[in-house]
Design a protein around this ligand. Structure first.
Ligand code: BMA
Length: 313
């Protein structure tokens, strides 16, 4: 088992922080990522100076520098109680059948976090579809196409008092009515890095060997929780079936900007892009709930690492 982390941080990290924003904010982190007309679009979680978050678009030709950041949020609370404490942690996926991007994010209100769905054609305006999973539920993303005729939504149901804490999925014919949840991946016991709870990162990526699942895992320690990033591979036809799971994490908070910030010791991935020409995977993540960062790997290396693990029985 290699102790090396598979993903390499970009030298320009952090790519974006509160100082880059065109209006006063506290922090920018946990961005969704999309490629639109060759440009990288990030949908960043922006925490304002009240502590309430909204989602704002940042665009860049190379996905690294010269960001152009919208002056207005794409999605912000509009008065409904269920979103009064903001929108957090978006994931976006292009859906051919709908001919648009589907955004899933957390709507936060007094009942707890819920999964909210919206769509956009251009990241200039959104259509709100509302809450698709009631509190408490979060860390949700859709697969890009139907499986066996039904949409598949990954999510993480939980309660304040434990219960849940694993990655689950639900299915739907119409994106409105959802089936009871089915278990996908559970935290590991005891001392493991992903023992307290786990949650889906970016939307699972279609590969020739299965759905690549990037997830965050949390470990509780006497000096607070540590958020790290791990990988699993799921069956293409039956995504509740876990084919492989890496024992070691692939990225942990070790850089200064990941260890220090509003919430220390956090790397939290929500965006993943694959460049077919170079085979580069670009993982956009939040560091310490304060800034936006990038780490890269080759998809081939990632799949080799997963496939060299024994099959999950
Ligand atoms: C999780 C989410 C993330 C956040 C992380 C660390 O529960 O709220 O938005 O990055 O905690 O604070």
């Amino acid at each position: 088992m290699s102790g090396l982390e598979l993903f390499e941080r970009h030298a320009a990290n952090p790519l974006l922080s509160a100082e880059d924003w065109p209006y006063p904010v506290n922090a920018v982190f946990n961005p969704a990522a999309a490629l639109v007309d060759g440009k990288t679009v990030l949908l960043a979680r922006v925490e304002d100076r009240r502590g309430i978050s909204h989602l704002t678009v940042a665009r860049s030709a190379d996905g690294i520098a010269d960001w152009s950041i919208d002056a207005e949020p794409l999605l912000a609370p509009d008065g409904a109680v269920s979103e009064q404490w903001g929108f957090e942690d978006a994931r976006v996926v292009w859906i051919d059948e709908l001919d648009r991007w589907v955004i899933t994010c957390t709507a936060y209100g007094p009942a707890g976090p819920a999964v909210f769905l919206a769509t956009t054609e251009d990241f200039a305006s959104v259509e709100r579809h509302g809450i698709v999973r009631q509190p408490e539920d979060k860390n949700a993303a859709l697969l890009p196409h139907r499986v066996d005729g039904r949409w598949v939504l990954f999510h993480r149901p939980s309660t304040q008092f434990g219960g849940g804490q694993e990655i689950a999925l639900s299915r739907s014919d119409d994106l409105v009515n959802w089936s009871a949840r089915e278990k996908v991946l559970e935290p590991r016991d005891g001392a493991w890095w992903d023992s307290l709870r786990i949650g889906l990162g970016p939307p699972p990526l279609l590969t020739e060997h299965g759905w690549l699942l990037v997830y965050h895992g949390v470990k509780q320690t006497v000096s607070g929780d540590i958020y790290r990033i791990g990988l699993a591979l799921l069956d293409l036809e039956e995504p509740t079936r876990v084919l492989r799971r890496l024992p070691s994490w692939v990225l942990a908070p070790t850089a200064e900007y990941e260890r220090t910030g509003d919430v220390p010791n956090v790397v939290f991935p929500c965006g993943l892009l694959h460049d077919a020409a170079s085979d580069e995977l670009r993982l956009y993540y939040g560091a310490a709930d304060s800034t936006i960062c990038l780490a890269s790997a080759r998809l081939r290396d990632v799949l080799d690492a997963l496939l060299s693990e024994p099959p999950v029985s």
